[in-house]
Design a protein around this ligand. Structure first.
Ligand code: 13P
Length: 262
């Protein structure tokens, strides 16, 4: 029998919060044991905030991650951060290929692939983001765009590693807009991506890999999203910045997971 995937709710704080603000959040956010059993919670703050909140999160059974890395262990790469430095800060996860980095920093699939390899080399688990723009969606290219991002960005990655990592389907038009993909649409694309992964890396990897939805996730829509068989959690931007809204998202996800049995 296939084991049910444990949902993962990750906060992407983007370029928000100072160390002090992060600490206030971490001290005010707690998971009760029942929820922690149903859902994995990860916070991805700016680099400068990580040392300020790691210990607080650890005591509460909450994992943390970074929002980026550079694919080299050290060297003359001004302004960049190495996977080893992130590992040293206790990061478990690292967000790679976020659409903001693809679009604003011009990151290519090939560069993103190097980052994925670097993450695995230093024992960090990628939260690998894919998603189509509004134009691509209107042109009916959602599946093509997301499959290319997966096939190129994850080319050469072993099936065992695919099974351990996290993929986030984040339609670009849904990020920070208040307009989320409908649960039906998100489920359809995520089911397609799971099938793609099964075909390329084997059924076991396809069944094991957790695929999140991201894009305007809020307390009001998490339940319906979590009700979908292939959606294994969420990558949350804006609504993860406040303790109350992020807690409510995690709580609802835990409740849904409990109903469906992890
Ligand atoms: P919002 O939740 O603010 O739409 O951001 C989503 C996102 O980009 C998470 O990585």
């Amino acid at each position: 029998m296939v084991q049910r995937r444990k949902p993962i709710i990750a906060a992407n704080w983007k370029m928000y919060k100072t160390p002090d603000e992060g600490k206030i959040f971490a001290e005010g956010f707690s998971l009760d044991a029942a929820i922690a059993q149903e859902v994995e919670v990860v916070i991805c703050p700016p680099f400068t905030v990580i040392p300020a909140i790691g210990e607080v999160l650890k005591e509460k059974g909450i994992k943390w991650g970074a929002q980026n890395l550079y694919p080299a262990v050290e060297g003359a790469f001004t302004g960049e951060i190495s996977p080893l430095m992130l590992k040293d800060l206790g990061c478990t996860y690292v967000i790679i290929g976020h659409s903001e980095r693809r679009q604003i920093m011009g990151e290519t699939d090939d560069f993103i692939r190097k980052k994925v390899i670097a993450a695995f080399t230093y024992d960090l688990l990628p939260i690998f983001c894919v998603g189509e723009t509004l134009e691509q969606r209107k042109a009916n290219q959602t599946e093509e765009v997301c499959s290319n991002q997966i096939l190129q960005g994850l080319d050469g990655i072993k099936s065992e590693d695919i099974a351990r990592m996290v993929i986030a389907y984040e339609p670009v038009w849904a990020i920070g807009t208040g307009v989320n993909a409908s649960p039906e649409d998100a489920e359809k694309t995520i089911a397609f991506l799971r099938q793609l992964i099964s075909e390329k890396w084997g059924k076991e990897a396809g069944e094991a890999v957790r695929i999140q939805y991201g894009g305007s996730v809020k307390p009001g829509n998490i339940k319906e999203l979590m009700n979908c068989a292939n959606i294994d959690g969420a990558l949350v931007g804006g609504a993860s910045l406040k303790v109350d809204s992020f807690y409510e998202i995690v709580r609802c996800a835990g409740e849904e997971a409990k109903k469906h049995g992890v």
